[in-house]
Design a binder for this molecule. Structure first.
Ligand SMILES: [Zn+2]
Length: 391
């Protein structure tokens, strides 16, 4: 009898130990450990303490259906599945670290911060939260500019839903823009412009008609057409502008400014006739973000300008300040130009490029010495859409 009780006791103990062990299982695939650790760190900085190794967590690869990138199961312990195809694909592009962090943090937000999906937007049309997700919303994509100052905001918001609206949504330009001087200007009023000379390029033609530069593309790819301006380094404080008109009937075709280093990467500032603007870098899988903006006048001339000050880029549409964000390229670069969408005719005018004077005197010698190289470079630019959602 005594023996039986002891056996029974051992069995009960084993069952208890086993279920207890299951509840606290910590099994995180090596690809995800860095992000789980980062989450603990970011939480600790905001007064929330997690130790998943002690309390349990499963993060594993899966083949998720319905274009899902990640999925959180409310089990004991919390189990997160990450779609293998999505993860491997993102890892091939620049910005992968942030894209992957955002996904893991979103799922941990469900599992440990009691957060549900929140698909509201800030006043400037950016997502209010990195907890956006679930069923698709017409006209919106899940892209978040999860970099620099925005990453800080989205992390604050993740851990505290009552985080006040961030300053970056303000439409008041936060910097002084004096001290910038123009180095090159071209209005294409003559048939022989100093820059952007008419020429026939593979799959394209460049001509002057009615005092405008006309770029006709017969390419099935988006093309970036850049020239080199040896005295304007993207590491410097610069300003760069063009006006564009795209009369094509497809309102989703994107056109606008590109700048950077053609052999490293190019940042872009694009608009379309659906009154959307997109910001990004061509080495990323998709754009950082795409936002509605009422300053865009569909099918008419739109003047786009980007001004760099320190690490920040300030963007303008028809002279209105519309957005600011960190420059992505960390290397020197002298390429400036524009993007023409596939099979399109783009009318281009009012090119201007300048930089900030380090002294009061405008270095005149630079103006004459800094003729761009005659040859234009044409690059194909692919900007994918992210269809995957986070559940
Ligand atoms: Zn979700």
């Amino acid at each position: 009898m005594k023996k039986k009780i002891i056996y029974l006791g051992i069995i009960v103990l084993l069952i208890l130990l086993q279920s207890c062990g299951n509840d606290k299982t910590y099994c995180v695939h090596a690809d995800f450990t860095e992000y789980v650790y980062r989450f603990e760190k970011e939480a600790a900085q905001r007064g929330r303490n997690f130790n998943f190794k002690n309390t349990g967590l499963i993060v594993e690869f899966a083949d998720l259906k319905d274009n899902l990138a990640g999925l959180c199961h409310y089990e004991k312990p919390i189990r997160i599945e990450i779609d293998k195809t999505y993860w491997k694909k993102m890892k091939q592009y620049a910005g992968a670290d942030l894209v992957c962090e955002e996904l893991i943090f979103h799922e941990l937000g469900h599992g440990f911060l009691n957060r549900n999906h929140l698909n509201t937007t800030l006043e400037n049309d950016e997502w209010k939260s990195m907890m956006c997700g679930g069923d698709s919303i017409p006209g919106k994509t899940w892209n978040i500019n999860y970099r620099g100052m925005r990453r800080s905001y989205y992390l604050d918001e993740l851990f505290n839903e009552n985080t006040p609206a961030p300053e970056f949504i303000s439409t008041v330009l936060p910097i002084d823009t004096s001290g910038y001087f123009s180095l090159h200007y071209e209005n294409f009023n003559s048939m022989n412009p100093t820059y952007w000379n008419p020429s026939t390029i593979k799959n394209s033609s460049l001509s002057i008609q009615n005092q405008e530069l006309v770029y006709v593309s017969q390419s099935s790819a988006n093309l970036a057409i850049v020239a080199k301006f040896p005295y304007v380094d993207i590491l410097d404080d610069f300003s760069f502008e063009f006006s564009f008109r795209l009369a094509e009937s497809n309102p989703f075709l994107r056109y606008g400014l590109v700048f950077g280093n053609s052999s490293v990467s190019l940042d872009f500032f694009l608009i379309n006739n659906n009154k959307e603007m997109a910001f990004g870098n061509n080495k990323w899988y998709s754009y950082f973000t795409k936002l509605k903006n009422d300053h865009i006048i569909p099918f008419k001339n739109n003047h786009l300008k980007v001004l760099k000050k320190e690490e920040m880029l300030y963007y303008f549409i028809n002279n209105a300040y519309v957005y600011s964000s960190e420059i992505e390229i960390g290397k020197e670069g002298f390429n400036f130009g524009f993007m023409v969408p596939e099979f399109s005719t783009l009318y281009v005018d009012n090119f201007r490029i300048g930089k900030k004077s380090k002294s009061q005197n405008i270095p005149r010698e630079h103006v004459s010495a800094s003729k761009p190289t005659a040859e234009l470079e044409i690059l194909e630019i692919e900007i994918a859409e992210i269809y995957s959602s986070k559940q």
